[in-house]
Ligand binder design. Structure first.
Ligand code: NAD
Length: 450
């Protein structure tokens, strides 16, 4: 591709590492700055601090070729033409976003950036933030344009999402700066939307709040299914087949988690509140999401005869979704806390994530081996739909468990087969399945419990 100047990327998280690696793989000289000593040391060993195997492979290639370099200091970006800021914007205890890291980086770039360098906010920030920061920067360095270019990648497919984005959205007051940023991502071949910074920021929030709302919508339907005895997997398939709706994010279960959906839905709701608008839809979206965990805990409690005290529950999967080891806002961890609060003895497992305190409550044990985790359990909760859990040796699982209750928090397992193996199977928003006990029923095979 056409030779360009140096690109700086700040923050070696999912967004920063994926962005820096892809830009370098397109031939752009890139420097990735990370100030956390442990993360920086890992990068020095050409390793990444989270589970994204494909991304790590390409990072090794571009680091070995010298196109991607690592630094601990923003001073090393003094020659960069464009600096993409990808630091975290986590929620604080009050739910408001902590923009301190972002503001500190911008502040330092004002001191070190070369004349005319474009500062790009890739971190997810409340609408209005880039324009506000641009105003502050302009008082000292009017030559430095600030641009918003939100990131839409998903964990588990970071590399492909950055390489081939569905769209590139760039917003800012300086049209030349916006075009320069869009040009960086041109090899991805995505349609480009150039707009003002606040609209760009709102695209990001809308793009996360919409699928989150879809998940809460199907979870709301799962409640109706429980009430009327329908099967939400069939209902969702029927709805999702409508081209106006589509099947994505229509899987009922434990609800959404991760570092983005919960945070972004809250942030948008908070933004409305700060401007005197109460968003009923976003409030309901979060409340339904919280309620799903209670519903699943209630299913386990009911299946175990009305109390969890002293009962052993094995939780399969703790990562917030398969394909990642990210535990931020993982629904499984929330459920573990609730089970423990009701006196259950909880063992959890995951094929990739390895939670310790403070993520996993002290009272719970983490057991890396799935079969050891299951040993002696009265009930098993499938909390994260890792593909390997579908193909477990379920006969072995049955022989290792003390009880026979399976609550499938993701409607992911083969309930009919599990019932044949004499499990008592409960999904979310679908009739429970259990093997009939009488001789005549036995002949009829498994069917919905009455
Ligand atoms: N994770 C996702 O799936 C995803 C997707 C799209 C957008 N986002 C948004 O992108 C932003 C980054 O998310 P993430 O998950 O990659 O974050 P992360 O928390 O995994 O990583 C951020 C990194 O920035 C580093 N950092 C902080 N201050 C620094 C400084 N002054 N200099 C150098 N490094 C510094 C931190 O040490 C950390 O390694 C957030 O705003 C997030 O909401 C995340």
């Amino acid at each position: 591709m056409k030779s360009q100047g140096l690109v700086g990327v700040v923050g070696a998280g999912y967004v920063g590492i994926a962005t820096a690696t892809v830009l370098a793989s397109w031939g752009l000289a890139t420097v990735l700055v990370e100030n956390n000593p442990d993360r920086f040391a890992l990068l020095g060993e050409r390793r990444i601090p989270f589970f994204e195997p494909e991304l790590e492979k390409v990072l090794v290639e571009v680091a070995e070729s010298g196109t991607l370099r690592f630094s601990r200091t923003l001073e090393d970006l003094a020659d960069a033409d464009v600096v993409l800021v990808c630091v975290g914007t986590p929620p604080t205890a009050t739910g408001a976003l902590d923009l301190m890291a972002l503001e500190q980086v911008v502040e330092r770039l004002v001191e070190v950036a070369r004349r005319g360098a474009v500062i790009v906010i890739k971190s997810t920030v409340p609408p209005g933030t880039t324009t506000r920061l641009a105003g502050v920067v302009a008082t000292r360095r009017p030559d430095l344009p600030l641009v918003s270019c939100p990131e839409f990648l998903q964990e588990g497919s970071c590399l492909d999402d950055v390489r081939r984005p569905s769209r590139v959205v760039v917003g800012g007051a300086d049209a030349t700066a916006c075009r320069k940023v869009a040009a960086l991502f041109a090899p991805g071949g995505a349609p480009v939307i150039i707009t003002d910074a606040t609209s760009a920021e709102l695209v990001k929030y809308g793009a996360n709040a919409f699928p989150a709302t879809k998940i809460s919508f199907v979870n709301e339907l799962s409640h109706f299914c429980d009430l009327v005895g329908a099967d939400v997997t069939v209902v969702a398939a029927g709805i999702g087949a409508d081209p106006r709706i589509g099947p994505a994010f229509l899987r009922a279960g434990l609800g959404f988690g991760g570092s983005c959906f919960p945070k972004d839905v809250h942030a948008l709701e908070d933004l409305g509140a700060s401007l005197g608008y109460q968003s009923l839809l976003l409030k309901a979206c979060s409340e339904i999401n919280a309620q799903q965990k209670d519903r699943v805990v209630a299913k386990i409690r009911d299946a175990l005869g009305g109390t969890l005290r002293g009962r052993r529950v094995a939780v399969l999967g703790v990562a917030f979704k398969p394909g990642t080891d990210d535990l931020r806002q993982a629904p499984a961890l929330d459920v573990v806390g609730k089970l423990i609060a009701e006196g259950a003895l909880v063992a959890a497992t995951d094929p990739v994530a390895a939670p310790g305190p403070p993520e996993l409550p002290r009272e719970a044990t983490f057991v890396a081996d799935v079969y050891r985790c299951i040993e002696g359990a009265d009930a098993l909760l499938l909390a994260t739909e890792w593909p390997e859990y579908r193909s477990l040796d379920w006969e072995r699982v049955r022989s290792l468990m003390h009880g026979n209750v399976i609550v499938d928090g993701r409607n992911f397992l083969d309930g009919v087969r599990l019932v044949e193996l004499r499990f008592d199977y409960h999904g979310v928003g679908r009739p429970a399945l259990s093997r009939p006990t009488s001789r005549s029923d036995d002949a009829a095979g498994p069917g919905p419990a009455r």
